[in-house]
Each structure stands twice: as C-alpha cells, then as structure tokens.
Design a protein around this ligand. Structure first.
Ligand SMILES: [Zn+2]
Ligand SMILES: [Zn+2]
Length: 490
C-alpha cells in the first residue's frame, strides 16, 4: 500500500505517497478510549502480524487511526540492506523485484517466506494495539489424571517453575521418556494465570498427533491446531499447537512458547524459523525447548552450566537405553550393486526372521534400499520398504504395528515419531552423512520402548566408523549413567 502522512497519521492514497517501507517512521496513534472497536478484529489481530489479504474487513485503517491497530513495515532497511520483518531474511539472493500493481512501482519482495503470502516494500504487517480479548476461565482447567514417573515429575516441576518465572529451559528427555506429559502441569499453571501458550514443532505429523492429546487433557480450553492448510488458521485460542512455519503469522503473542523437537528438520537448518520463534514470544515470556537429542553446541552449554536444562535420562520402565553395537560390514554398496548383502547383515536379518522378532532396518538412500528389498523377500515375502514419498507409507507403518510385516526397510523417515513395541533395529551404512548424531540416537531410540519388552538389539553396520556414530553412542551411554545416578534405572 502507498501512504501519505497527514497530521502524523498514515493515510492510504495513490498520489503524493510512498510505499510503506520508504516512510522513515510509522506513527502510532494512542488508543482512543471513546472508540468502539470491532471485537472480531480484536480476535483476529491479537498477537498477529497479518497481511491485508488475511483480513476480511477493511476496517483496519479506521482502527489504526483510532489507535487500535499497528502497521509495521514488511521490508525494513539496515542502511541499504533490506530485511524481511516477518522471516528475518537478509540474504540478497532471497529478494527479487516485480512490477507491483498495488504500489505501481518495481517493488522488492522476500522470496524466502512467500509461501505465507508475499511481503514486499508496500506491504504493511498488521497487528493489534488495543486491549487483549477477555478470558473466562473454566472451573477446572486440566482433566488429565495420569501419573508421572519420578524422572518426569522432577522435569515437570522445573517446567512449572520456568513458566512461572518466564525463564528459558531445555528439557532433554531420552526417546520414549514421555516428554508430552511433562508439559501438562506447566500448561495448566500458565492457563490458570491467564497466559497464552503455544506448542510449536517442525513437523505437521506431530501437530496432528499432539492436538487430540492436548485437547483431551484440557477439554474446556479452545485449542487452535495450525499447519499448512488447516481450518483453524485465524482462530484466536489460549492454547495453540502449530508447525514452526505457522509462527511466522504471530507477533508478541505467547507468554509461554514450547518448542518440541528443536533438533528436527527444518528448524535447525532454517534461521527464519528461529527468528519466527523469537518474534512470536512476548518480550517477557517463558521458552521451553524439548528434545531427545540436543546438538553438540547445546550439549556443551549444558555441561558448562551456561544453559538452564533438566534431563529425563530414563524411560518409564526403568531399563537403560539399548546401546548400539558397531559391526563392520565391508563395502555393502558394492555388494548391493551385485545384488548381494554382506554376510553378517544377512545373518542378522535371518536370525530375526527365524525367531519371529520384528525389526526395522534403516538405509541411507532409497535406491539402495530398493535393491535390498528383492534379496530379502526371498526369505520372507511380506517384507516391505518405506520412504517419505511412498503413498502407502501410513498403511505400511500400520501393518508393521499389527505385526503383519516381519521386517520393515526404511529411510530416516521413521527415525522419530513411531513406536513399535518389540523390535530390534539395524542401520546398514551407518557411516553415511545422512546419519547425524541426532538421527542415530533417534534410530537407536526406536528399540526397547515398551514396558513389556524393555530391551532390544541395536546394530550399526558400517564401512568405517564416523564421529557421528561415536558421539551418538557416547550420548546414549551418558544418559544411561545419568539415569543410574538419579536413581531412575534399576
Ligand atoms: Zn508494491
Ligand atoms: Zn520473508
């Protein structure tokens, strides 16, 4: 939009005006107490940074003039360098120009966050400057009545404390420790003090899985579930569960932001998502990070006590995590090109088939996995292989759960988020770059999860050990030691 300054107020007009990014300072009128604001606009804009296209009514200009709406520049400048105010992009390669019908100029826009609607030099980011919506508290906030393990309880207490005091806290919980339950008392505390809470996670799958669990624990609290294409997109809710991408629409919204699986793609690789998380929090707020596998930098900060953290080093069933065994298997890729598998890999698999023990076998790449499939089907025709683009992915995982498949070959797509009660796990080609420390810890974490079958064999077949393999093993051994120290492992 093009604006002119009149009596220190921005007015949209075509002539004698500038795209919003070229106006040096955006004046903010104070809220006029005699103005009757539109409560629907209040619900839509509180804690948000929306585009004009996201707002059905055009009343936002009147609300701005009366002091109830804020305008921010979509593209800001640091000297001559453009910065996208929404995603934080500063990289010149991620900006482009187009002939813009809105401002009639060759307008600069951010390509980086374009999937959330275009931000250009004439785009105002629209937010709320009036009072927040009124909150009515139900008599009982939380219905969840489950019991926490002593490891979970200790972590839960720390989460409550961090939320009350608006601190940052990392919860480092081993795979299968039950980290979601650790949040419940913290969320209850926040809601009871009329705070707004968001759980954000990089993956849509996790949003879909968490939403019914959280809603069941807090049945009288409206929950917004946000991911690409979800219907709750503009719902105002006290409790929000969102993909990290969806955080790009929020601005100073949350008193408590919980980031789940911070180590998972794409959060770690995309600075913009970290930027979004920072903007979505209120300036005074609590931040809880949840992960089973913090990166090396964070692990070091924990050891040096530079980062507030708590561990849940053991699972509910008080057995240690299975420690991976490293087994050299020679040039397995060459073997596969000759339609063979290394003898020790084949023996490992045959043993499982013969003893009816289900297993997951991880491969670094799809073509090699697909070469292995017909070889293994000679021993058990029901063996399946699965990868990210597989349209039958869900069905195959379901069949594995129902024990209709003896063995499932997979890429890293199943490294996290899936639980099969009684399995052994192998990686073929653990030296591949795709198997980072955190991926390997997650993979090993698939074994021994249930109380009925708390152990499992984890074997990394390799053609040369890597640092990532060694670090993954170290991390698992460290957590087992912590578990013993804290009296959480028998
Ligand atoms: Zn424009
Ligand atoms: Zn952007």
């Amino acid at each position: 939009m093009r604006f002119a300054l009149k009596n220190n107020i921005l007015c949209p007009q075509k002539e004698d005006s500038l795209p919003i990014s070229h106006i040096p300072n955006i004046p903010q009128p104070p809220p006029n107490p005699n103005f009757r604001f539109n409560p629907e606009l209040q619900l839509l804009l509180t804690g948000k940074q929306l585009l004009t296209d996201d707002i059905p009514s055009k009343e936002f200009q009147v609300h701005y003039e009366q002091g109830y709406v804020t305008y921010r520049k979509g593209i800001d400048y640091l000297g001559k360098q453009p910065i996208c105010a929404r995603c934080g992009n500063k990289d010149p390669q991620w900006f482009a120009r187009f002939p813009c019908t809105r401002c009639g100029e060759i307008c600069l826009y951010c390509r980086h966050c374009i999937m959330m609607g275009r931000i250009s030099e004439c785009t105002p980011l629209i937010g709320w400057n009036g009072p927040p919506p009124e909150i009515k508290l139900p008599g009982k906030i939380m219905e969840w009545q489950g019991k926490l393990s002593s490891g979970q309880q200790a972590a839960s207490d720390k989460v409550v404390e961090a939320i009350e005091q608006n601190h940052e806290l990392l919860v480092w919980a081993v795979c299968g420790a039950g980290k979601t339950e650790v949040l419940f008392h913290g969320i209850e505390t926040a809601l009871a003090s009329r705070k707004r809470v968001c759980i954000a996670t990089p993956r849509t799958d996790v949003v879909l899985e968490l939403t019914p669990r959280i809603q069941a624990a807090f049945p009288s609290i409206p929950v917004a579930s946000l991911y690409g294409g979800s219907k709750d997109r503009h719902l105002y809710a006290r409790l929000t569960i969102a993909t990290t991408h969806q955080l790009l629409r929020f601005y100073h919204a949350f008193d408590t932001l919980i980031l789940d699986e911070v180590d998972a793609f794409p959060y770690t690789v995309e600075e913009s998502l970290q930027h979004a998380a920072v903007l979505a929090r209120k300036p005074v707020s609590a931040m809880i990070y949840l992960t089973a596998t913090p990166n090396q930098k964070w692990q070091k900060e924990c050891r040096q006590e530079k980062r507030a953290y708590t561990t849940i080093p053991a699972r509910f069933h008080r057995h240690p995590l299975p420690v991976p065994q490293f087994v050299w298997c020679g040039n397995w890729q060459k073997n596969l090109h000759n339609n063979k598998l290394p003898a020790n890999v084949l023996q490992w698999i045959k043993n499982r088939i013969e003893s009816n023990k289900q297993s997951l076998i991880f491969f670094p790449h799809i073509p090699l996995m697909e070469k292995a499939l017909p070889i293994l089907r000679q021993f058990a025709p029901k063996i399946e292989a699965v990868h990210a683009e597989d349209p039958e992915r869900k069905e195959k995982v379901q069949k594995m759960r129902a024990k209709e498949i003896p063995l499932l070959l997979t890429t890293t797509i199943l490294e996290r988020g899936v639980t099969f009660p009684n399995i052994d796990v192998a990686v073929v080609g653990a030296e591949d770059d795709i198997f980072s420390e955190s991926a390997l810890v997650q993979i090993a974490g698939r074994a021994g999860r249930s109380a009925a079958f708390p152990t499992g064999v984890v074997t990394f077949f390799h053609y040369g050990k890597t640092d990532e393999m060694l670090k993954a093993k170290q991390q698992i051994v460290f957590m087992n030691r912590e578990g013993v120290k804290k009296g959480l492992v028998d």
